[in-house]
Write a protein that binds this ligand. Structure first.
Ligand code: URA
Length: 239
């Protein structure tokens, strides 16, 4: 790719800023000063910008433990977005994979790997998303069966089959729900469809990716190489 694009993608500055740095002779590729922004380079070249090695990663993957009160968007005039929580990162082309409601907490993946995001979100890939849910009322056995089989959730839509389980033997309002689709407000609408109400919602997994229990609410970290590999595999799994 072009040298100026690589430097801009690596977070060294805007495209016009890095063009200037290159023309000023501040950039070396494999120990040679290159003054042409159009020079072609690869990820394997050793690039120094102002004496510092440039780390170029084509794709970046972050796990955020989303807090309530933040919207799942890349930018907004009035509200704080999930991207605002990834301070000091090069977020070029990084976007959240799917959407959690403003009041929902938990696992949110953010990446610039559009192909992976597409597979994880595509209904045909049936990627499982598991939620911890606190409900207003306990769910009866008959209601649990309807939820598991899929039921009308309004607006002419029917939820897909789901897994339902108690999360806590001592509290029947504390449950897990695993769905493989991502209809708008799907979890809340599933419970509304059985005259219940979600009081608290937290996503705890998506495909193979589990929310890191050590990650405080509002914090984020990079995915490990193992997590990325497993997620790539699980995104193909059930097509
Ligand atoms: N389902 C919902 O209702 N809300 C979310 O944030 C995610 C899934």
């Amino acid at each position: 790719m072009r040298l100026d694009k690589l430097l801009a993608d690596a977070g060294c500055g805007s495209r016009s800023e890095v063009k200037n740095y290159i023309r000023k002779g501040l950039v070396k590729v494999n120990d040679t000063v290159l003054k042409s922004p159009e020079s072609q380079v690869t990820e394997d070249d050793h690039i120094l910008y102002n004496g510092t090695t440039v780390i170029y990663e084509r794709f970046v993957y972050y796990m955020l433990n989303k807090p309530a009160g933040v919207i799942t968007a890349t930018k907004d005039r009035a509200e704080r977005t999930v991207l605002d929580l990834l301070t000091g990162e090069n977020l070029k082309d990084v976007a959240p994979v799917g959407r959690l409601d403003k009041d929902t907490e938990g696992l949110l993946l953010l990446t610039n790997d559009g192909a992976l995001a597409h597979r994880l979100l595509s209904p045909s890939h049936h990627v499982a998303k598991k939620y911890l849910v606190y409900l207003e009322h306990p769910v009866s056995g008959e209601e649990a069966d309807r939820i598991k089989n899929g039921l009308p959730i309004g607006a002419g839509e029917v939820s897909g089959s789901a897994q339902f389980a108690q999360a806590d033997d001592s509290d029947p309002c504390h449950v897990y729900l695993t769905i493989t689709e991502g209809k708008f407000h799907e979890v809340k609408r599933i419970f509304e469809a059985v005259q219940n109400h979600v009081l608290f919602l937290k996503r705890i997994s998506m495909g193979s990716l589990l929310l890191d229990e050590k990650l405080p609410t509002g914090a984020y970290r990079r995915l490990t190489a193992e997590e990325i590999k497993a997620l790539q595999e699980s995104s193909y799994a059930s097509k």
